[in-house]
Design a protein. Structure first.
Lengths: 135, 135
DNA sequence: GATATCATAGATTCATTTTATCTTTTATAA
DNA sequence: TTATAAAAGATAAAATGAATCTATGATATC
């Protein structure tokens, strides 16, 4: 079980946008892709997922690109992860032994602990804590 | 990102062994496999992983099979999960921007929160809390 | 309105991992 | 020594992940 590389790209892209895009100047996907050494088409797929969850704003046409929405400071790690990985729980009991599976319940509460942490942390936090943000 | 089915089998097998194997009577893999509707060979591979981590004791030969070790009550969910999924962290930053990646650090502490919960919970807890354990 | 620019969507490819089974080998109690 | 049972090996189907290329659609600017 691993977080996908897509999540890695998404988180770093969000951080990058948070650091660079100071105004309403969108950043093109070529630029973003170049920095992460990945193809623009692939990264654009990831960005499209973020757009659908309104974590990123896209602008078509000349001088278009991607930028953060106005309320970007409230975007949490969990928001980004859910946009990429989906929102289904990490563990599903495949048996049907009556009501709720006791094992599944334990797994579920454990997952919630992780999610709590990811919900509390924002990309804005990273910038506050560290002026020297890599990339 | 999902826990594998193997983890599901492993957890349920451990719970089953904890409930049934009262003494030193090992349970054959055919029995265990039958209950979970999976092939014995496949389940045995999972059990072998558990044996290697000493979470399960195996006995070859006639009247052999699998049973729990003496100190089974201290076996946590995390022990079992690590035996099946491995112990590497869920998130690896694939870039090499200097020292520790700030994103990776956040992900790491979040993962630890989940692990803390899984470390604290044992299969013995399940039996204590619920007399009516399914399967 | 034409065009260059840029995001979106679709189709496709390749690699890796999961899931699973069958067969062979090794170990051991009776 | 033989029946029984785990361990290991080889293999294979299926699913998922990672990535690229090629259209297609939208839109500022000239």
């Amino acid at each position: 079980m691993k977080f996908s590389k897509g999540t890695n790209y998404a988180l770093h892209t969000m951080l990058h946008l948070a650091v660079t895009s100071e105004v309403d100047k969108p950043v093109g996907v070529q630029q973003l892709a170049e920095q992460q050494s990945v193809s623009p088409t692939y990264l654009s797929k990831i960005l499209t997922k973020l757009v659908k969850e309104r974590l990123v704003v896209s602008a078509s046409g000349a001088h278009g690109g991607y930028s953060l929405p106005r309320e970007w400071e409230s975007i949490s790690f969990l928001d980004i992860i859910h946009a990429i990985e989906g929102k289904s729980s990490l563990f599903d009991c495949h048996f049907n032994h009556g009501e709720g599976c006791a094992i599944e319940q334990v797994m579920s509460t454990a997952e919630l602990k992780m999610e709590d942490e990811l919900r509390q942390t924002t990309i804005a936090d990273l910038i506050k804590n560290k002026e020297a943000v890599p990339k």
